[in-house]
Design a protein around this ligand. Structure first.
Ligand SMILES: C[S@@+](CC[C@H](N)C(=O)[O-])C[C@H]1O[C@@H](n2cnc3c(N)ncnc32)[C@H](O)[C@@H]1O
Length: 233
């Protein structure tokens, strides 16, 4: 008999949910999350360079990055990623370096591989958000940034009660409703060298936030020359 952890079971639920969403995802979530995506891209491009988009989905944001950056995308859902591959080929998005089926919590990139990690509407879909943020911090180079757009759960009142009531259904649909701001604060405080740079409310209803964390330190000489070589290429 195959044995798997609850986290794995949860990942299977999520992957199944997004396999169902893939054909209609852009239609349902395209416009409603557009402002958040644009804000995240603008924030990522303040740093620029080699950018990893985690939970890239159908690749809806890929055409909006400047061609001077190099974008890598990963997602746990193959059907979502297939849409992204079609988009990259159809629109000739030459700034997209690659797209891979990969779990956000176990990225197969070396340490300090990216200048920026972007994850739009993803942290509330993964089973272990703090472990996933740790993994983002690992593949981020010193001085780089993590840019998230994420739904922030209510801390009290009717909205919190409704979110708790809806939580089991939300999980089957592919996300969680009850992720509080305190968990981000706690993670930043206890992570190694990550600092909150910005939190900005985002539509719809201001229930979402753009969140930026910076990693302490500076690029090594090797990283500086590698970045310069890529910029010149
Ligand atoms: C709500 S969608 C967001 C898609 C896209 N970022 C956007 O702006 O519309 C969440 C995405 O995260 C992906 N995802 C969920 N869990 C994941 C995991 N553990 N690792 C990688 N991707 C994951 C889903 O397959 C889905 O494509």
């Amino acid at each position: 008999m195959t044995s798997f952890s609850y986290a794995e079971l949860d990942k299977q639920t999520i992957a199944k949910a997004y396999a169902r969403w893939a054909p209609v995802y852009d239609l349902v979530f395209g416009a409603v999350f557009e402002r958040g995506r644009q804000a995240a891209i603008a924030a990522a491009e303040l740093i620029g360079g080699r950018i990893l988009e985690v939970g890239v989905g159908t690749g809806i944001s890929l055409p909006d990055y400047s061609r001077v950056n190099r974008i890598c995308g990963v997602d746990i859902s193959e059907p979502m990623l297939r849409k992204a591959q079609q988009r990259v080929a159809g629109l000739e998005l030459t700034h997209v370096e690659g797209l891979w089926v990969m779990d956000a919590e176990h990225l197969s990139f070396p340490d300090a591989s990216f200048d920026v990690i972007v994850a739009q509407y993803v942290i509330t879909t993964v089973p272990n958000p703090e472990a996933t943020l740790d993994e983002f911090a690992r593949v981020l180079r010193p001085g780089g940034e993590i840019v998230l757009v994420s739904r922030i759960g209510a801390e009290a009142g009717l909205r919190r009660a409704l979110e708790r009531w809806f939580a089991p259904t939300a999980r089957k649909l592919g996300w969680r409703t009850e992720f509080s701001w305190e968990r981000y604060e706690h993670w930043a405080k206890h992570s190694h060298g990550m600092r909150l740079v910005e939190r900005r409310a985002m539509p719809p209803f201001g229930h979402f936030s753009l969140i930026r964390f910076a990693k302490a330190g500076r690029m090594t000489a090797a990283q500086v020359s590698e970045q310069a070589a890529h910029a010149a290429a």
